[in-house]
Design a protein around this ligand. Structure first.
Ligand code: HEM
Length: 215
C-alpha cells in the first residue's frame, strides 16, 4: 500500500532538513544578525542577480503550467535596480563566485520542457523569497541602513498578500497532473536547489573574517 500526500506537503517535508541547514548557515545568519556591512550584502545580491537572470530566462512554452510563467514573481529587474542603487551597476562584469557559476550552469542545462526540474528551482526561490526572504529585507535596512530603493527585491508589488499567494501556489502545485516519476523528479531537484543555494552561502562565508578568529 502506498500513502500519498499532496505535493505541497510532500515538498515541504522533503526539504525540511535542507531548509533548517540553510537557516543556520553561518553566512546567512551572520548577515541577518548584522555582523557584516552593506558591501557584503551587495556581494550577496550580485550572486542572485546572476541566478535570477538564469532562472527567468526560460521562455514560456505552450502547455506550461500557469504558475511557472507568473510575471508577478519576476525578481531579476528588481535585483538589477537594487544593485544600481547600491553602486554596483557593473555587477555583470565581475563578482560571480564559483558556486554561483555552477548554479547558473545547472539552471541553464535544464531542458525547457523539463517542467518538474524547472519548477523545483522556481518553488525553492520564490516561496523562499515570499517567506524568510522578507525578514532579510527588513534586517538589511535595520543593520546596514539599506534604503527602500536598494531593497525592491523583497517587495512583490503585484502580490499584496504573500500568505494568500503562497496558499494559491501550493494549491496549484497540488493540482498539477504529474506522474509519480515527475513528482519524484520535482522533489529530488528541490533538494539540489537548496544545496546550490547553500554552496553560495558557504563560499561567501569563507571570504568573510570570522568574529571568533583570534591569536
Ligand atoms: C535565515 C534564512 C531563512 C529563514 C529565516 C527562513 C524562514 C522561513 C519561514 C519562516 C518559512 C515559512 C513560511 C510559511 O510557511 O509561510 C519559510 C519557508 C520557505 N523557505 Fe525559508 N528561510 C530561510 C532560508 C531559506 C533558504 C536559503 C531557502 C532556499 C533557498 C528557503 C526556502 C524556503 C521555501 C521554499 C519555503 C516555503 C516552504 C513551503 O511552504 O512549501 N528558505 N522560510
Amino acid at each position: 500500500m502506498t500513502t500519498s500526500s499532496a505535493l505541497s506537503v510532500r515538498i515541504r517535508e522533503a526539504t525540511a532538513a535542507e531548509h533548517r541547514a540553510a537557516e543556520t548557515r553561518g553566512f546567512i545568519t551572520r548577515l541577518m544578525d548584522g555582523e557584516f556591512d552593506l558591501a557584503t550584502y551587495t556581494r550577496y545580491l550580485v550572486q542572485y542577480a546572476h541566478v535570477y537572470r538564469a532562472l527567468e530566462s526560460r521562455p514560456a512554452r505552450p502547455g506550461d503550467p500557469a504558475l511557472i510563467n507568473d510575471s508577478r514573481l519576476d525578481r531579476y529587474p528588481s535585483i538589477a535596480s537594487d544593485l544600481k542603487h547600491l553602486g554596483a551597476a557593473d555587477w555583470d562584469s565581475h563578482g560571480a563566485t564559483d558556486a554561483t557559476r555552477a548554479y547558473c550552469a545547472h539552471l541553464e542545462a535544464i531542458p525547457e520542457d523539463d517542467i518538474p526540474r524547472y519548477l523545483a528551482h522556481h518553488y525553492t526561490r520564490y516561496l523562499g523569497d515570499l517567506s524568510g526572504g522578507q525578514a532579510i529585507g527588513t534586517l538589511m535596512s535595520r543593520h546596514y541602513g539599506a534604503t527602500a530603493d536598494q531593497l525592491s527585491f523583497y517587495r512583490f508589488e503585484q502580490i499584496p498578500a504573500a500568505p494568500r499567494f503562497k496558499n494559491e501556489y501550493r494549491a496549484a502545485l497540488d493540482a498539477l497532473d504529474f506522474t509519480p516519476e515527475q513528482e519524484q523528479s520535482f522533489v529530488d531537484e528541490s533538494l539540489v536547489a537548496f544545496r546550490l543555494n547553500g554552496a553560495i552561502f558557504d563560499e561567501l562565508g569563507e571570504t568573510q573574517p570570522s568574529p571568533a578568529s583570534g591569536p
